[in-house]
Design a protein around this ligand. Structure first.
Ligand SMILES: Nc1ncnc2c1ncn2[C@@H]1O[C@H](COP(=O)(O)OP(=O)(O)OP(=O)(O)O)[C@@H](O)[C@H]1O
Ligand SMILES: [Mg+2]
Length: 162
């Protein structure tokens, strides 16, 4: 049907962040997002890619067009073998940064995407894996204030479930 396949982008330098944005936009258009949501998905992808560079030195993003039963969307997966996140709860809080930055990236991704799950092993150096999804027409999104999160799976995983 001409839909792009899942695409994995290695993120190890600034130019890779731009490339990931472009791929995300292409997939967003292909699954039917409007201009506004396309930009929101691109922002989320930029934040995750920037985090790979800044906090893990390098990693990769896998961007996947989704065609579930009666809906379409995009999945963004970020994975790295960096130091991991010692306190996921704090890392998700706006204003917390170990890099002297604004500390709003992960919170923004959580708000911009419909589903968000972050997994990092309790042991240091185990890396970080984040999977998030945005749907073209999300029934949840219509009525929510944004950014509602719930914990799942113990202290090292935080998820906002659909
Ligand atoms: N891939 C990662 N590996 C290790 N730590 C991470 C990773 N992503 C985020 N973090 C941790 O979570 C914190 C919060 O991330 P967040 O993106 O919200 O803020 P930031 O990157 O510090 O600043 P900015 O607002 O510029 O994005 C980071 O400061 C860092 O400690
Ligand atoms: Mg960040």
């Amino acid at each position: 049907m001409g839909q792009p396949n899942p695409q994995t982008i290695e993120i190890s330098q600034d130019v890779d962040v731009s490339r990931a944005r472009q791929v995300a936009k292409a997939i967003a258009v292909s699954v039917g997002f409007d201009e506004k949501v396309k930009e929101e998905v691109a922002i989320a992808v930029s934040e995750l890619a920037s985090n790979l560079l800044r906090h893990a030195k390098h990693g990769h993003l896998t961007l996947t067009p989704l065609h579930a039963a009666a809906r379409a969307g995009i999945q963004v997966e970020s994975a790295d073998g960096g130091p991991g996140i010692a306190d996921v709860e704090r890392a998700m809080t706006d204003g917390f940064s170990t890099a002297g930055s604004l500390g709003c990236g992960l919170g923004a991704v959580n708000r911009l995407m419909d589903e968000f799950e972050i997994t990092t092993p309790c042991r240091k150096g185990g890396g970080t894996r984040i999977i998030c999804r945005r749907w073209v027409r999300s029934p949840r999104r219509a009525g929510r204030e944004g950014g509602r999160a719930s914990s799942a799976g113990g202290g090292c995983t935080r998820a906002r479930l659909p």
